[in-house]
Design a binder for this molecule. Structure first.
Ligand SMILES: [Zn+2]
Length: 469
């Protein structure tokens, strides 16, 4: 496409965007055009974990990298199974420092055409937004890493460490079949070994278009589930007795509902509350400072816990999520069962959580059994080199946003990397309204402006972290 044609096309596109109230109103530079081209190709390949094809997406990105001159021997498409692909590509540096790993996932959660206002597997630009499944989770990062690696290559950039891009499959099912990040770590550790990694998990939060925070995810809570079960000899409901499996379980659950795990902060959540206190209302800010004190104030802890988001940052939580019991309406129940899901603070032994549950349920006839395994991982250190580079650059891009270390209450593949000894920071540079959470939902979207801005931010951040700033 010639420059003039591109300009006219961009002007038309942007004109439409502006009529929808977008702040974006400029012609695209060649870098921006390249970025959106990669992004479009990636979102238009259906990579739904169960039914799509991540190998095709990995091949498409590999073809772009090879065409841009990245050495054949540095571009690997690794497919442990048909339709399951991982891409690993490397831009060689001068080897002064250990490589940096840029990780993103290729797969997406399902999207049904009838639920969406647009086709989820076409990139639609509308009202100042790009709509598509994976628009934010996680094809923005995957495409930006590829486009930026091509850009470094084209400008002949020589970093002081190798820059590795790894695009993996099956993150959306937490790599349940071990075909994604676990497979890479097990079979090709040499290809992805790095001093640290950037991954999804933290972005730029906007409130009414104003940047208020730029998150750096350094840790994740651990999801562990337990089954609670009460067995009873049962009998005829016409001759009820006081011992009853349903009542016994219900009473235990009621005790659990009134219980709060003790306050437990770590480096990340301390930094989170210190910085949030600067932006919060007076009472909430005072409460945050009071829980950070040497002798935390229980009343402040209780008030902060009333906010579910803050509550999740303050301690381990366990909540009843499923209930089942009895076998006939005219029979005394022989069995009552509940499912309880806990989100455990990093560093807290799962055995202690189970012991606490048993103590709180306070009935030795309620049997507590752990369901499945828990992937524990330690928080990544708030390293000055990384956080310093982020703060400096973030201030240039979004001066009103506070750089905020965060612990996710959900999980990403970052925990596998952290457990493998690669500190991992969730940081995307993608700006979106805090109240407009659509990842995994319908009409997933990102602001058009955020695509170009986020690409540029990641381009400069990775440069700053590889000796090029
Ligand atoms: Zn994701």
């Amino acid at each position: 496409m010639t420059g003039a044609v591109r300009f006219i096309r961009s002007a038309i596109v942007m004109g439409l965007a502006c009529s929808g109230g977008s702040a974006w109103g400029q012609a695209l530079t060649s870098q921006q055009q390249a970025a959106v081209d990669v992004y479009r190709e990636l979102v238009e390949i259906n990579t739904v974990t169960e039914t799509g094809d991540t190998a095709r997406a990995a091949e498409a990105m590999a073809a772009r990298l090879r065409a841009a001159g990245v050495a054949e021997s540095d571009v690997h498409v690794l497919s442990p199974k048909p339709r399951k692909g991982n891409l690993v590509a490397r831009l060689r540096g001068n080897g002064t420092r250990k490589p940096i790993l840029l990780l993103a996932h290729l797969d997406v959660v399902p999207a049904r055409r009838e639920d969406w206002s647009v086709d989820p597997f076409r990139l639609t630009e509308k009202d100042g937004y790009f709509y598509a499944r994976g628009a934010s989770d996680d094809k923005f990062m995957a495409a930006a890493f590829v486009a930026n690696l091509i850009r470094y290559r084209q400008e002949g950039y020589k970093p002081d460490r190798d820059i590795i891009v790894a695009l993996e499959t099956d993150e959306e099912i937490l790599d349940a079949d071990a075909l994604g990040i676990q497979w890479l770590l097990k079979n090709h550790r040499d290809l992805i070994d790095a001093e640290f990694a950037l991954n999804e998990g933290g972005g730029v939060g906007l409130t009414g278009g104003k940047p208020v925070r730029n998150s750096v995810q350094t840790s994740e809570k651990v999801s562990v589930s337990f089954q609670l079960q009460v067995a009873n000899s049962g009998g005829h409901s016409s001759v009820p007795r006081k011992d009853n499996a349903i009542y016994q379980l219900a009473e235990g659950l009621t005790r659990l509902s009134k219980f709060d795990f003790p306050l437990r902060l770590n480096e990340t959540t301390r930094a989170f509350f210190e910085r949030m206190a600067q932006a919060e209302t007076e009472q909430t800010a005072a409460d945050m400072r009071a829980v950070l004190a040497d002798k935390p104030d229980p009343a402040a802890f209780a008030r902060l816990s009333a906010n579910p988001v803050y509550n999740a940052q303050l301690h381990t939580t366990c909540v009843a999520t499923m209930l089942q019991g009895g076998h006939a309406v005219n029979a005394l129940p022989q069995l009552a069962r509940a499912g309880v899901n806990c989100r455990v603070m990093p560093g807290e032994p799962v055995g202690e959580v189970k012991a606490t549950l048993e103590r709180v349920l306070a009935d030795d006839q309620i049997k507590v059994t752990q369901v499945g395994n828990a992937v524990l991982s330690e928080p990544s250190k708030l390293n000055e080199e990384i956080v310093g580079a982020i703060e400096k650059l973030s201030h240039e891009f979004w001066p009103s946003a506070v750089v905020l270390p965060v612990m996710s209450s959900g999980a990403t593949d970052g925990s596998y990397l952290r457990n493998a000894g690669i500190p991992t920071y969730g940081h995307s540079g993608l700006a979106n309204e805090i109240s407009d959470v659509r990842a995994h939902g319908k009409d997933e979207r990102i602001p058009v402006k955020s695509l170009y801005e986020g690409n540029e931010y990641l381009y400069r951040l990775v440069k700053a972290l590889s000796g090029g700033a």
